[in-house]
Each structure stands twice: as C-alpha cells, then as structure tokens.
Design a protein around this ligand. Structure first.
Ligand SMILES: [Zn+2]
Ligand SMILES: [Zn+2]
Length: 259
C-alpha cells in the first residue's frame, strides 16, 4: 500500500465545522488523504462537545467511520481534566490548544477576543505565552500541540519570526521534546520555517493538520506536507497514532493494533 498523509486535525458539524463526519471522510478520500476528525472538546467554543455525556456521544458517532478519532482540547478550559480514563482511551490521539493563556494573578488572555491588557508589550505577552506552553507540556496529556504559533488577534499582523525569538523557540521545543508532544504544522495558522526546521533538528515529531472547517479546507495538508518533506522529514516519521501510538491512549505509546 502506498503511503498517504493523515490529517490529524479537522472539524465537523460535531463542533464548529460545516461538513458532517461522513462528508469529511468523502472529501479526504478525494484528496488522497487519510481522514482524521478532531472536533473541539471544550466549553470555550460554541458549538462544541461540552460535557462528558457529549464526549461519549462524539466517540460513538465516529467509531464506525474509519477515521482517526482525535479531539482538540483547550488548555485553559477544564473539560479535559474531567474526562475519565475509559473515555480518554477511546481517542486515537488528543490535541492541545493554547486558545487562551493564564495571566499571573488570575484570568486569561484569549487569542480570539482582543483581551491583551492595555500596556502589555508583545515581548511581555510572548514571555507569558511561553511560560504557559511550558506548563501545558507538563500538565496536559496530549499527543499534539495544535497550531503552535497561534497568537492573539492583537499581534497577528506582526512577523512571527520577531515574536518567536530563537530563545523562545528553543524553550518551546525543549518542552515539547521532553513531553514527547508533536508539533503540528498547521495549514491554517502556518508556522514560520525556521521554527519548524529547529523542531525537526531537535527530534520532535511533526504532525499534519488542516484545521479545516469547510469543504475547501478539510484534509488539505499539501502545504504542511511539502514543508515537512523540504526539511528532510520522511513521510513515515510524521505523527500517526496508528503507527506511533498515543501517549495517553489505551496502547500506551505502542502501535495501534488495528493497523
Ligand atoms: Zn485551535
Ligand atoms: Zn482546530
């Protein structure tokens, strides 16, 4: 069988995507991509999977579809802390997102809500962001860090290379390396090449994610795959829960017996 890329990160109508899971599967097959669903499992996105009961339902719906069954969990939301082991092991892989970071003294700064406090400089924010990323790597049992370069709306016009100084990149990479968390090459929030090259040099695994929410977006991992290949990453080294297991799943980091 020829190798096909796996889209580890895409959304359906089970959260805020526009395609049903079946439509996502059909689109992925059209593109020669193996389908993965990773809907929002959090109380911070609407609509999303927002409770334990809803999470069980989500897993029941996806189980017969032949997809990688992921979930995108918000670091700053508590739902991922509340899921029991018998639910956790039913995900093929789990993805953590820094959609918001914690502020010292309480509260959060959200990436989508223009909540950066007045007077906080980009450098101050970025130092806090990297501190949160280190805590995330120690506390959150996930396989992938989603869109690692996503930053608040206030800073989106600034060049990523300037915000992510090499020192900040190095701290983030070391945290992911120690925790064995893969670095997502997102087609939606595209990382800058320097960061990804250093991730590869450090031996941190890459994963491909369309982060698609629509027919045009889901399973489109052409850009992430091209970048990974240009950096010398072999196709089989890209994160695949069926080949590499999940840190937290039933198979304890061993290959999934289904394949
Ligand atoms: Zn996200
Ligand atoms: Zn997403």
């Amino acid at each position: 069988m020829t190798w096909q890329p796996l889209d580890c990160h895409a959304h359906t109508t089970l959260s805020d995507g526009s395609l049903s899971p079946e439509e996502l599967v059909a689109r992925a097959h059209e593109l020669g991509v193996r389908p993965g669903v990773a809907d929002h499992v959090t109380r911070d996105v609407d609509p999303a999977v927002t409770s334990l009961a809803a999470t069980r339902h989500y897993l029941d719906v996806l189980a017969p579809l032949g997809v990688a069954i992921g979930g995108e969990f918000c670091w700053h939301d508590r739902l991922w802390r509340e899921l029991p082991d018998d639910v956790v092991v039913r995900f093929t892989h789990r993805i953590g997102s820094l959609h918001a970071i914690f502020k010292p003294g309480g509260g959060t700064i959200h990436a989508f809500r223009r909540e950066v406090p007045a007077g906080m400089t980009p450098d101050q924010y970025m130092d806090l962001h990297v501190q949160n990323l280190l805590r995330f790597s120690l506390e959150m049992p996930v396989d992938i860090l989603a869109h690692p370069t996503l930053l608040p709306l206030e800073f989106r016009a600034m060049p990523l290379e300037a915000l992510w100084t090499e020192a900040r990149e190095d701290r983030a990479i070391e945290a992911l390396r120690r925790a064995k968390i893969a670095f997502e090459v997102s087609n939606r929030y595209r990382p800058h090449e320097r960061f990804v090259r250093k991730v590869v040099q450090a031996g941190v695994r890459l994963s491909l994610g369309s982060d698609g929410h629509s027919l045009e977006q889901v399973a489109d991992v052409a850009w992430p795959l091209a970048l990974a290949r240009s950096l010398g990453v072999k196709d089989e080294e890209l994160y695949d829960p069926f080949a590499h297991g999940s840190r937290t799943g039933r198979f304890g980091g061993k290959p999934h017996p289904a394949l």
